[in-house]
Design a protein around this ligand. Structure first.
Ligand code: COA
Length: 175
């Protein structure tokens, strides 16, 4: 299975222990953390190291396929496809704020979807975004995700439940 994926501007590569400081700095930004479910704010020391240490086993177990998004050799974000308790696979992602608004996450998500379809041979991806995150909704809309419901999800940074939109993308026959 290919572990480094490329797009015109990006490389999606395996994470490394050395990525910890960069992840802590970029995810420590409130504007990033507030749009994610399980990222606390402030971002505590040691969390990125622990999370990175768990990635290889999660990949081997098929529980989570997590990629660093690299631009010009620097980590700028993360995209991950994770198996849920339901057996579905969910895609999640974040990009450091300095790189927003250039179409980079649309590019990364499109490549991760192709990986899910062609290499993981998944039939479907699910996702969700907080309803006050139209940029994420737009990324998914462009990839063909459809809205399947509305509800709430916990947000650790905000300290409570936040209105959310649930989505899915059928991959079979998409190529
Ligand atoms: C959401 C996030 C991934 C967007 O990354 P990005 O690289 O800036 O996104 P892109 O430029 O590829 O695409 C964003 C799209 O949303 C649109 N958009 C941006 N802000 C918007 C807004 N306020 N309302 C409506 N659409 C908006 C853009 O115009 C673009 O659409 P277009 O290609 O049709 O012009 C990034 O801001 C981020 O990581 N935020 C914090 C973490 C997060 O939200 N993760 C996702 C959790 S579900």
């Amino acid at each position: 299975m290919t572990h480094t994926l490329t797009t015109p501007r990006l490389a999606l590569r395996q994470l490394r222990a050395a990525d910890a400081a960069r992840i802590q700095a970029l995810c420590g930004n409130w504007n990033v953390a507030r749009m994610l479910e399980v990222v606390p704010h402030p971002y505590p020391d040691g969390l990125a190291e622990d999370w990175l240490a768990s990635r290889p086993a999660a990949w081997r177990a098929g529980a989570a396929y997590t990629f660093a998004i690299e631009l010009s050799g620097d980590l700028v974000g993360v995209v991950s496809i994770e198996r849920q308790d339901t057996g579905d696979h969910a895609i999640g992602y974040w990009l450091g704020e300095p790189w927003w608004g250039q179409g980079l996450m649309s590019e990364a998500v499109a490549r991760a979807i192709a990986f899910a379809r062609d290499e993981l041979t998944l039939d479907k991806l699910t996702s969700a975004y907080f309803s006050d995150n139209p940029a994420s909704g737009r990324i998914q809309e462009k990839q063909g995700f459809r809205v399947i419901g509305h509800g709430h999800l916990p947000c650790e940074a905000r300290g409570g439940d936040v209105a959310a939109t649930f989505t899915e993308l059928h991959l079979t026959g998409a190529c």
